[in-house]
Design a protein around this ligand. Structure first.
Ligand code: NDP
Length: 275
């Protein structure tokens, strides 16, 4: 099985992450093994899952059956909110399900400010990195004030912050802080989770037509050109191929600016401050 030729981003711990992967949020466990197997066959080598998705075992089964050497596949999973006091046991359970002895990236999934245990969760994830159970330590859904607290408490900058990000929700202040501090940005919901009319906007379709690409490819290419890491979710093999065909065209400056101008401060999922 040949890997797609996907560029990598160098993280602040000097490791490399493929800039494109497959996300498996809301992928039914009964379908996950087939979907991840398809993605590996198509040439994806980066899978983004989480304990709460309930499909780590099926992700692991697909990886095992693929026969692809472990070091060639980048695997991310996440610490769920009710395990922030118990990260070591939580990651051990995830590793058992995945059938792996380490993940490449472990993320504190949400800060959950009402619970106020995210600093301790971050400290535990750093310990798990020292123990070799995750190669890289990162966070997800962390707002500026959460990043500032974990950095102040530990002196350690997360390698990534995985946040809701798409043309209608660009998080300028947060992403500027991350970029200035060497925290790579991973976009979740890069296609706005299919909840917006983004892919039917005439201006995006026109740009696609000019390059013989779909609206989804135009949006994903915009993320890639911003240096963002993406793992669009799809259950369909043909869309896995489509979503990975991003590296044979470029948006002009004007085209890129058309997408940037869609900023509307509009998020389609939970605001991390409200949890
Ligand atoms: P996405 O923005 O990736 O959108 C997925 C939707 O877009 C699905 O309905 C899919 O439908 C559709 N789609 C995919 N490709 C195309 C295409 N080429 N053309 C048209 N429609 C398409 O949303 P996600 O929420 O899934 O985000 C991606 C990943 O980010 C998740 O899978 C997960 O790994 C991660 N994530 C992390 C969160 C966090 O809190 N850290 C929260 C949410 C997601 P279909 O399957 O039918 O193709």
């Amino acid at each position: 099985m040949n890997a797609l030729n996907i560029p990598t981003i160098t993280l602040n711990d000097e490791t490399e992450i493929p800039q494109l992967g497959l996300g498996v949020f809301k992928v039914d466990p009964g379908e996950t093994e087939r979907i991840v197997s398809d993605a590996l066959e198509v040439g994806y080598r980066h899978i983004d899952t989480a304990a709460i998705y309930g499909n780590e075992a099926e992700v692991g089964a697909a990886i095992a059956k693929s026969g692809i050497p472990r070091e060639e596949i980048y695997v991310t999973t996440k610490l769920w909110n009710d395990r922030q006091g118990d990260a070591k046991a939580a990651l051990s359970e995830s590793l058992d399900k995945l059938g792996l002895d380490r993940v490449d990236l472990y993320l504190v999934h949400w800060p959950v400010p009402s619970q106020d245990t995210f600093v301790s969760a971050w400290e535990q994830v750093l310990d798990l990195r020292e123990a070799g159970l995750t190669t890289t330590a990162g966070v997800s859904n962390h707002e500026l004030e959460h990043l500032e607290r974990i950095i102040e408490a530990t002196g350690e900058f997360p390698a990534v912050n995985q946040i809701e990000l798409h043309p209608e929700h660009q998080r300028q202040e947060l992403t500027a802080f991350c970029r200035a501090n060497g925290i790579a940005i991973e976009a979740w919901g890069p296609l706005a989770q299919g909840k917006s009319d983004l892919l039917t906007l005439p201006q995006i379709q026109e740009i696609g037509a000019a390059h013989d690409k779909s609206a989804a490819q135009v949006v994903l290419r915009w993320h890639i050109e911003n240096g963002t890491i993406v793992f669009p979710k799809t259950t369909r093999r043909e869309r896995m191929e489509e979503n990975a065909a991003l590296f044979d065209f470029e948006l002009s400056e004007t085209e890129h600016a058309v997408l940037t101008a869609l900023e509307a401060g509009r998020n389609y999922s939970t605001n991390p401050r409200d949890m």
